[in-house]
Design a protein. Structure first.
Lengths: 313, 498
């Protein structure tokens, strides 16, 4: 299975399933669990310090001998030092988000590190391919946290028309066998999954956060801070509703303190922190180990794809 | 209390009746708290509303904004006195409950952001007691006083530019355009010939050759050709001819055949002017000294009319029984009655006068006197010196044999006219220059010719009422440059908006 898949071949993994880098959420335990299960785990470094990243990489390495990656938030002023840490620790893959990765590409390439960029539009996806990036994630606005404008359903086939050489990875709204299979049919070589892995046994977020995800329906997921130009998708709680109330008054962007909506593990009181999550939360009903999540997705997809001929009858 | 009303007035540039905060309780960090005590007797309650007085929402917003600017000015430090704070944005305003006459309004205003010391963002609230009445989000722009003055000029300029002239406009003569709306008045006899007219045209004006007093059509042709040579194709060249002169048809036909750009016809209105002019499609501008005559000229087919008021030089269009009228008054009257372009003449001396005439509705001006004291003027230097030396009391109104009053400089000959001791014209020498209208008190042709040749003993030096103001020689170019720059200087700030 997946012997001829561009993504599995590029990364040396079993399944073309990537656990999305989630700042403040995905760290060594989750990353190692996903990699051990045959996918690719990613440490989300967000605005973290080089020291934190160094520790998490070392912990991950202690938990797995499989490939894993680090996600770099390009807005983090510490990016140059984080790159040093990544190179020193011989991390095989770097994912980038929230900015242009082409400036750092030469340094990572020189160190033999594969670079995959997360982008929100077809144009940027093509630009990445043209500039020597190894793979590209097109992320639809179904995803959690900071989102773009396009949907996965439209992004993937449109990007596929232009992306010919490097692996194309679909992200946003993928969480089970059906959505994984659909993404492959839309033209993706693999998928990046975030929210589903938050509701995993290994994810280190608070149990109440996980419960909020499995209890959420599609209507419980909303978007705030659209007017700032940096919209955020999350599960409704008192915090999000208070922001919405302020938004009705056409506030100044500085009144919505975006640092209050950075990813976090959360705590007992689910109204006290932002419950970043994708729309897929509405379809996630059980907390499971990453291995089970991945195998279920792959097995269900296999079944669906094999039976798909019936759709034409 | 942190500040009372008097102290507030020292901080922000407001006062009654537009001060909407009368007490500041505190400023802590980015938040200010102030008050406004309303009084049921306050003027605005009478009109808001007639049947139910409540505090107008806009005034609550204003009060919040004024309170916010106290905070901002405190934060700006000493320098704030050099700055203006302007309303930039009211992002949102909510009015939750009404405020009644007599309520004491509490303002709580927080500055939430400041961008490059140019824009400050505020969230303000108004309370009465514990009840929130209003919540406003607004931005204030910070400008230096210089910036604001510049902006004010820009705004003013932009608005007026669409409908006004900030420079001297061009003047349409028939199908052609003259760069400058300035006609050099024709001066007979032989004072304005090819040199003056050609140089005026060369500098973008309209040069006029006075052909009255000539008898040979060839002279007319030669003058026009020479003038054209000087002008090098610039400007426009025309002729001025009196309607009463003897060889009118021959002279004018010669000029028309030379394809002059404009005919100016005065002293004796006649319709054959238009017939002759029509052959070469030359526009005719008629001289007039009243709106009624101007209207008649328009009806007869004149392309324009030159209104000559009582300050002109030479023959004046105010025969016995007609009171002298100032140019500007006739202009104002005429522009109401005719549609053709109206040109102002008589006493126009400088750029200020030009602007005044254009603002009164004239499309251009005709000036003669000032062109006499130019190097290029075709008269003898003694003639020009008479202008330079003349004092105010040296300008006189005399009787002319054509039956009209005339304005001239008091030369020895003028004294003879006044004393009625002028020699009677010799019938043998009379060429019948003005035909039967001549009253033969003296020979106007001969005396004008004498003067232009420099014989002031026996010559009549015609001049406008302002001739005494001229003290030095100049050139046509310098004179026109001076007039244009004077006019444009005024128009820059006070454009013509007609």
């Amino acid at each position: 299975m997946f012997e001829n898949n561009k993504l599995t071949k590029l990364l040396g993994i079993k399944y073309p399933i990537i656990q999305g880098g989630m700042a403040g959420v995905s760290e060594s335990v989750l990353t190692a669990a996903v990699s051990n299960a045959g996918g690719l785990g990613i440490i989300g470094s967000g605005f973290a310090s080089p020291k934190w990243l160094d520790e998490e990489i070392k912990k991950t390495k202690a938990l797995t001998d499989k490939p894993f990656a680090v996600n770099l938030l390009m807005q983090n002023p510490a990016v140059p030092e984080l790159i040093k840490t990544i190179i020193e620790n011989k991390v095989p893959v770097v994912f980038t988000g929230g900015g242009n990765p082409l400036t750092i590409l030469p340094y990572l390439k020189k160190a033999g590190i594969k670079v995959i960029a997360v982008v929100p539009t077809v144009r940027l996806a093509k630009k990445m391919e043209d500039n020597g990036i190894d793979g590209v994630v097109v992320e639809g606005m179904e995803s959690g946290g900071h989102i773009g404008e396009n949907s996965t359903f439209c992004l993937v086939p449109q990007a596929k028309q232009l992306i010919k050489t490097i692996p194309l990875i679909a992200a946003g709204g993928i969480y089970n066998g059906q959505t994984f299979a659909s993404a492959m049919i839309l033209g993706a070589d693999g998928v990046q999954i975030g929210t589903r892995f938050m509701a995993s046994t290994e994810c280190q977020i608070h149990e109440n956060y996980k419960k909020a995800i499995i209890n959420a329906t599609d209507e419980d997921v909303t978007v705030i801070a659209r007017f700032t130009g940096h919209p955020i998708r999350l599960i409704k709680n008192k915090l999000s509703e208070s922001v919405k109330k302020t938004e009705e008054k056409n506030p100044f962007p500085e009144e919505i303190k975006s640092e209050r909506f950075a990813g976090a593990k959360g705590g007992e009181n689910i109204d006290a922190f932002p419950l970043l999550a994708g729309i897929s939360a509405g379809g996630i009903k059980e907390i499971k180990p990453c291995k089970e999540i991945i195998e279920e997705i792959v097995n269900d997809a296999e079944k669906i794809l094999k039976e798909s001929e019936k759709l034409l009858q | 209390m942190l500040y009372n009303k008097k102290q507030i007035k020292n901080i922000i540039p407001y006062q009654e009746p537009f001060l909407w905060v009368d007490e500041v309780e505190s400023i802590e960090g980015d938040t200010i708290i102030g008050y406004k005590q309303t009084d049921p007797k306050d003027e605005y309650f009478k009109g808001h509303f007639v049947d139910f007085p409540i505090m107008p929402g806009v005034l609550v917003v204003e009060g919040i904004a004024q309170t916010g600017t106290i905070l901002l000015r405190e934060k700006m430090g000493k320098d704030h006195k050099n700055k203006h704070l302007l309303a930039y944005q009211v992002r949102s305003a909510f009015f939750y409950e009404i405020i009644l006459p007599g309520d004491k309004i509490k303002y709580k205003v927080k500055m939430v952001g400041m961008y490059q010391d140019k824009i400050a963002n505020f969230v303000g609230e108004a309370f009465v007691g514990e009840n929130k009445k209003c919540e406003v989000r607004f931005s204030v722009a910070i400008l230096t006083k210089d910036e604001l003055n510049k902006k004010a000029k820009e705004v003013k300029g932009e608005k007026e530019e669409k409908k006004g002239w900030f420079n001297l406009p061009s003047l349409k003569i028939g199908e052609k355009f003259s760069k400058l709306p300035i006609i050099q008045g024709g001066m007979a006899v032989r004072v304005s010939l090819h040199n003056l007219a050609g140089n005026v045209a060369k500098e973008g004006g309209i040069g006029i050759i006075a052909i009255s007093g000539m008898t040979d059509p060839q002279e007319v042709r030669d003058e026009i050709r020479k003038a054209r040579e000087i002008s090098q194709g610039n400007g426009l060249i025309g002729v001025n001819i009196m309607g009463v002169i003897g060889k009118f048809k021959e002279l004018l036909t010669a000029a028309v055949e030379e394809k002059i750009d404009i005919i100016i016809q005065g002293a004796g209105f006649r319709t054959d002017t238009f017939e002759i002019a029509k052959k070469r499609n030359v526009p005719v501008f008629a001289m007039a000294s009243s709106a009624n005559v101007a209207k008649k000229a328009e009806d007869a087919g004149a392309a324009g009319v030159i209104i000559e008021g009582c300050k002109a030089g030479g023959h004046l269009g105010f025969p016995k029984g007609h009171p002298f009228v100032e140019t500007i008054d006739i202009i104002k009257d005429t522009v109401k009655k005719v549609k053709i372009p109206v040109i102002a003449a008589g006493g126009v001396f400088n750029g200020k006068d030009i602007v005044e005439m254009l603002k009164a509705g004239a499309k251009g001006v005709q000036m003669a006197t000032r062109f006499v004291a130019t190097e290029e003027c075709d008269a003898n230097q003694k003639f020009k010196d008479a202008y330079l030396n003349a004092k105010k009391e040296d300008i006189a109104i005399i009787h002319s044999p054509v039956g009209l009053p005339g304005r001239a400089i008091k030369t020895p000959f003028v004294q003879k006219i006044i004393n009625k001791t002028t020699p009677k014209p010799d019938p043998k020498e009379c060429v019948g220059c003005i035909g039967p209208v001549c009253d033969r008190t003296y020979c106007i042709l001969k005396t004008l010719e004498n003067a232009r040749k420099g014989d002031l003993e026996n010559g009549l030096v015609f001049a406008g009422a302002n001739a005494w103001k001229i003290n030095q020689m100049t050139t046509v170019k310098k004179l026109l440059d001076e007039l244009v720059s004077e006019a444009n200087q005024i128009l820059k700030d006070n454009p013509i908006t007609q």
